[in-house]
Structure formats: C-alpha cells, structure tokens
Design a protein around this ligand. Structure first.
Ligand SMILES: [Zn+2]
Length: 721
C-alpha cells in the first residue's frame, strides 16, 4: 500500500480523507489535544489542561470525539498543558489505546502530576478535581516509555520520536499511517541554550506538518541581549534594595534560568551576600532525573558534567526552598518560584506580598496564557484581585517586565524549520487566535508563488472541535499470493480471490490458501434441510434431471442419494428427504431450486403425465420467478451495483466504477462497452441460467403457478459448521 502526494481531486472513497480535529490547542495555548484519523487508524497527540481554567472546563473537548476508537496516544512533553489530563483520559473515559512518551518525560511526569493533584486539591473544591493520586498511579503503569530515534509500530501505525529542544524529554513525533507521513512538533525550540539540543529536522519529508504557533510572527531578542537585560534588571533591583520575583514553571525553563543565575553569581563575588532561591517542592526529586538524563542534553552541559565531576544542576549559589515556611524575607533577594503564570502557590503568594512596593520587580520569563494573572499583570494594572477572594484588591506598584526565555520558536525559526521540513500541508496549533492568524497569513504570502502549482503549500488553523478533512489519493496495491500467483499475470487478466487486509497491507489469495498465507482459519457451514415428500424417488429423480441434467450417484448403503451440480446432495431417509450443501451464495441458489422442485413435484401436472409417457417438460417456474432467481445470482455477485430498468421486467443495469452493463431479461443479452465487465456479467448470467433455467427463457410462458400440497411440508432446518 502506498500513497501518492495529495492532489486536487474528488476522492470517491471516504477512506481517502485524513481527518484532523483539535480537541484543545486550536486557536489557543493550553489543553493541547489533537486527533488524526486515516484509514480507520486513530492517533491522539497530547492530553493537556488549560492553565487559565479549572476543573472539567480545563479539559480538552473530549466529549466531541469517541475516544474508544483511539489506537495510540503520544505525549510530546511533560508540561501540564500537554500532559496533565492524561490520567483523566486513561481512567475516566472510554479510551482503550496505548500511551507512549519518552523515558525522561515519563520520569518527570510522575512527580509533576502528583504535585498537580496536590495543588488542585488545595486550591479548588473536591468536585473540580479531575482525578486522584490513585488514578494517577493506576494509569502510570500503562504508559510505555520509548527511546528517541527508534521506530515503534502499533496496529500498522509507525512513529518515531525526535528531539524537540524545549524541555528535557520533549519529542517531535514522525508518524506514518497507511503511507501518509505526519510530523507533529509539539512545543519546540531551535535556539541552543545552556542545557538542551535544538530540535532536529527529520530526514524524511512528511505530507503534513502539525506545528506550534505560540509566538506567531514575533521575533525573539538575541540570547546574549536578553541575558544581559535580565541580569542588569536583577542587579539594579537588588542594588536599590528590592526583591526580584521570577515566576517559572517548576521544570524546564527553571533549570535554564538557574544555570544562568548560578554562573553569574559565580562570576560576581560582590553578589555573594544576596541569596538566590528556587522555590519548588519538586526541585530535589527532579534533580536526580536531570542528572540521570544528562546524556540527552547538549555538549556544553555534558562537558561541564565531565570536567567538574558533579551534577551541573546541583547549584553552588542557589538555595532550594520547599515552601515559604522556612523563608526569612529579610531584604534583597532573587526568587525563582512556580507556578509560572501566578495562578496560585508560592509565586502568587510572594507577588501579593511584594507587589505594593515599587522597588521590587516581577520578571516574566515564560509564555503567559490569556486569562492568567501573568498575562493580565503585563498591562501594569494599578491593582489586581487577591487569591484570598472576597473582593480583596492588591495594589501593584512593583516593576513588571517580560524577558522571554520561553523555549518556543519565533517566526524566523519556525518558518526556517517549515522550509526544511517541506510539507505541503501545514496545520497550526498551540497559538492564540491572533498569533496563529498572523503566522498563517505570513506563511501563505511567503508561499504565494507556489499557489495553483504542484508544490502548493496549504496552511490551516482549525478551531477546537472543527473537523479538517484533507484528501489523499491512496493507490491500493494488493499482492497476489499462493496458487493464484503460480502463473505469471497477463494483460487485462481479471483475478478473483479473497482480498485480505492486515493493517495497510493487502493481498489476494485463493480460499484454499487462506490458512497458509494469512494465518486465518477457515470453516465451512454445512446447510441441511429435511422435508417430507410422499412421491416416489424415481419421480423426484426425473424432475431433478429435467432441471439439472445428469445426477451423480451418492448412494450410501441402503440410503439412496444423488449429488446435483457437484454441490448439493439429496439423500432419502426413512421418512424424509435430506438436502445437504456447503453454504455459499452459489450453492444456496442451487439448493433453493432443488427445494422448489421437491416442494412442487407432487402437484406438478408433469407428475401425472410421466407415469404414462415421459416427455420434454417445461421448467417449473413461471416468468416472474425466473427473473427473481436470476436476480438472486446477480445480487450475490454485484450487490448494490444492480439497478432495475424502468420496467423491471425488461432487465437490469449493473454499474461498476462508472462502467455500465445492461442485462436484457427477454433474451439474456448483455451489452457493455467495457469488455472485462461484459464478460464477467455474461459469465455470471450463463451460470445462473444453466443452474436454474436450462430451458428457453426468451419464450413467454403461461403464468401458471403451482401450490404445494398440504402433504409436503418443510419440517426442519439445521446448521452444522
Ligand atoms: Zn511546553
């Protein structure tokens, strides 16, 4: 099975569409969750929560998709907006798929999420807690950890994780479903920092790129400039006797900032008396994880580790604070504290404490999501609501500045990466509406010269729950196997066999080869009917021979028996006649005719005549019955492709893939300009006529019909298999 590049065409088959739905992260930052469905396989990407919302409303729109159909769920990285609703999905929905993430992500995920459960239990009422610690533990065991660069295959879906930069363990996923290739960036960065490698560009070209658009068309300040700006602002604040608050997400960005601060303090002994704190309950636990995975970080941090023979994340100038109980707030200091968007916790408590004084500074280094206090305070309001509630306002006089160290790409980095990846379909996710819209326009105008060409680049920015359908013409190739493959194929030859599809690989084989080549076991259904007929065996044989020609003797011992058309056996038992055949469409039709003859044989006028003078007889069917029986054959072969003519007695049309064959019931002629179809229909029709109506069909006969007499009754039907 292979697939051609997408082109402008009207797909005939529904399975030629790839469906994409953002259940979260569509025109927003937060609660990332995307669904890809192609050829019956479903991949889910990320399962986050929205940082500005609480309880169930923080979830992606899970009710809008049947999660029981998801085959695999890939988590890009441990941030809450990408991973924090995973335990909910695994324990509170119909989801039954397999879940994958990288080893470091899995290690950190556990600590982060138990902290998330603890914090949400404190800051909200029980009803809005999405899941418990027990749910987290129960689902954790089912998460499968993967290595970068190794390809995993599940149900025919292949995927490979690549480094995404951003945070330790962050992955981009290169996914292949039925020949269509998709790259999902997750959150990614292309600027080398103090500890992480930049995102890789996979060597293969995908058909679809799903990329983040957090920073839209904006440009990051060069790294050296922003580090200088940060350190100058901190120094100035401290010198003026103020305190610096740096809200951060507890892991990832925090480690990067701490590396910068530790190095600066190392090089500036004059700052020795000024404490730098890192307030995170997870600091100690995650230190071990960061040490374990140093081999996945960049050269400079690995070199530092080798040279110093110590953990570079074991900082010399930074003190860890588990909580504020042990914090003596005595004067100038630098406080790196979570959470990053000031929703609750330590960073919020310190902000409310320090906001009224103008000498203090708030430095926002991460991305601030719409609806959070971090975003709101960037507008420098004169006051803001206290987390204590009750309408309490906190005056804001402290200095606020945003110096972004968020490990996301800016426009230049994103568009360079998009060029390198070279996909013809780009789906934007993880961006506020305005940023995403600007990025879309910028990309469309960048690629405008390719419009209406083979290399056209399409850019999509779907909203949450809006279904995006991309047409891909799949070329379906089936491999011929077993006895069918014994002879070399000839031009125009039509093969008939059983089409076996396993994931995306199709093969055609003879029924007898099924077991050997597909591993499928086969069984046949033997149909058996008993009827009582009070006429002589000789008379029945006569009628059967009239209809089917010579019968084969199948007598067993004293029990008389015949085989009709090599497929239906008729046996005489003491009080009944048993008809036995292997169930399939053709045999069933023959058995039907046999049964019809047996049921009508007694009342047939022929039966009266026969005793005196055997002669040629007419078929036991009137014309409508004949047509009906021919239709049984045609329907079994062509199904819904059979359409009656205006006058159904005249015949039918058989419409297959746009080729039309007309079958005339008056003379059994088949007219079709497409020879393969004509010969197939003719073959089926000949068979039907031979089987059921070996007499002149064209000649109109009387509409005489025969009632079966009360002495002939079907008594039972049974099935063996
Ligand atoms: Zn992230």
């Amino acid at each position: 099975m292979s697939a051609k590049r997408q082109a402008d065409f009207e797909p005939v088959d529904q399975s030629d569409y790839l469906e994409f739905v953002a259940l979260g992260g569509g025109n927003e930052v937060g609660r990332s969750c995307h669904i890809i469905n192609y050829r019956g396989k479903t991949v889910m990407l990320d399962a986050g929560v929205h940082p500005a919302l609480n309880g169930l409303s923080a979830l992606p729109f899970y009710d809008d998709y049947d999660l029981s159909t998801v085959d695999i769920l890939l988590i890009s990285h441990f941030h809450l907006d990408h991973a924090a609703s995973l335990p909910y999905v695994m324990t509170h929905t119909d989801f039954k798929g397999r879940v994958f993430m990288t080893h470091p992500t899995k290690a950190i995920y556990r600590w982060l999420l138990s902290d998330y459960v603890r914090v949400s239990a404190i800051s909200s009422n029980d009803a809005s807690t999405l899941y418990t610690d027990a749910d987290l533990n129960a689902s954790f065991e089912r998460i499968e950890a993967i290595d970068y660069h190794s390809t995993t295959e599940v149900e025919g879906i292949k995927f490979t994780a690549y480094h995404a930069g951003h945070v330790l363990g962050a992955a981009m996923y290169f996914i292949e479903i039925g020949g269509i290739k998709i790259l999902f960036t997750g959150d990614y960065s292309r600027e080398e920092d103090r500890h992480l490698n930049i995102a890789e560009v996979p060597t293969e070209r995908p058909d679809i790129l799903i990329t983040e658009s957090t920073y839209g068309t904006s440009t990051h300040q060069p790294r050296i400039e922003k580090e200088t700006r940060l350190l100058n602002l901190i120094t100035k604040t401290i010198v003026n006797g103020g305190r610096c608050l740096l809200p951060v997400f507890s892991l990832g960005n925090a480690q990067e900032l701490l590396l910068i601060l530790d190095e600066y303090w190392q090089n500036h002994p004059d700052l020795d008396g000024i404490p730098v704190f890192y307030a995170s309950s997870l600091a100690r636990k995650c230190l071990a994880v960061y040490q374990t995975y140093i081999n996945m970080m960049n050269d400079s941090i690995r070199k530092k580790f080798r040279d110093d023979r110590s953990n570079p994340f074991q900082f010399k100038h930074i003190r860890s604070l588990k909580n504020l109980e042990r914090f003596d707030d005595l004067g100038p200091c630098v406080m790196v504290a979570s959470p990053g968007m000031l929703q609750n916790g330590v960073s919020r408590e310190l902000l409310e404490r320090w906001a009224p004084e103008a000498k203090n500074a708030l430095i926002l280094t991460g991305y601030s999501v719409d609806g959070t206090l971090a975003k709101q305070i960037l507008n420098e309001p004169s006051e803001f609501s206290s987390i204590a509630g009750g309408g309490i306002k906190v005056p804001r006089r402290l200095y606020v500045e945003e110096i972004s160290f968020a490990a996301h790409v800016d426009y230049k980095q994103n568009s360079e990466f998009i060029d390198l990846v070279n996909a013809s379909n780009i789906i934007l996710v993880h961006g506020e509406q305005t940023n995403m819209g600007r990025l879309k326009s910028a990309l469309l105008s960048k690629y405008k010269d390719l419009r209406q060409t083979e290399n056209e680049v399409k850019v999509f920015n779907p909203r949450n729950s809006e279904e995006l359908r991309l047409p891909f013409r799949g070329v379906k190739v089936a491999k011929v196997m077993g006895s069918l493959a014994a002879k070399p194929p000839m031009d125009g030859q039509i093969l008939s066999g059983i089409l076996v599809q396993k994931n995306f690989e199709m093969s055609v084989m003879a029924a007898d080869d099924l077991k050997e080549f597909s591993g499928l076991t086969t069984s046949s259904v033997i149909q058996r009917q008993s009827i009582t007929v009070e006429v002589s065996a000789e008379l029945i044989k006569f009628h059967l021979e009239q209809m089917f020609g010579t019968l084969k003797d199948a007598t067993v011992g004293s029990g008389l028996g015949y085989t009709i058309m090599d497929s239906v056996n008729v046996f005489w038992k003491p009080k009944s006649i048993v008809i036995e055949w292997e169930g399939n469409m053709l045999n069933d039709a023959i058995a039907d005719s046999v049964l019809a003859i047996l049921l009508s044989v007694e009342s047939s006028p022929m039966s009266v005549k026969i005793s005196s003078k055997p002669s040629h007889c007419k078929a036991n069917f009137n014309r409508p019955e004949k047509i009906e029986r021919v239709l049984v054959f045609l329907d079994s072969q062509f199904g819904s492709a059979v359409e009656p003519m205006e006058n159904p007695d005249d015949g039918v049309y058989i419409n297959i893939d746009g080729h039309i064959a007309s079958v005339n019931f008056r003379n059994m002629d088949v007219i079709c300009s497409y020879e393969p179809l004509r010969s197939r229909v003719t073959h089926v029709l000949d068979h039907a006529v031979d089987t059921i109506l070996p007499f002149d069909f064209g000649k109109e006969e009387s509409d005489e019909s025969y009632e079966s007499s009360s002495s002939i009754t079907p008594i039972k039907e049974e099935r063996d298999s």
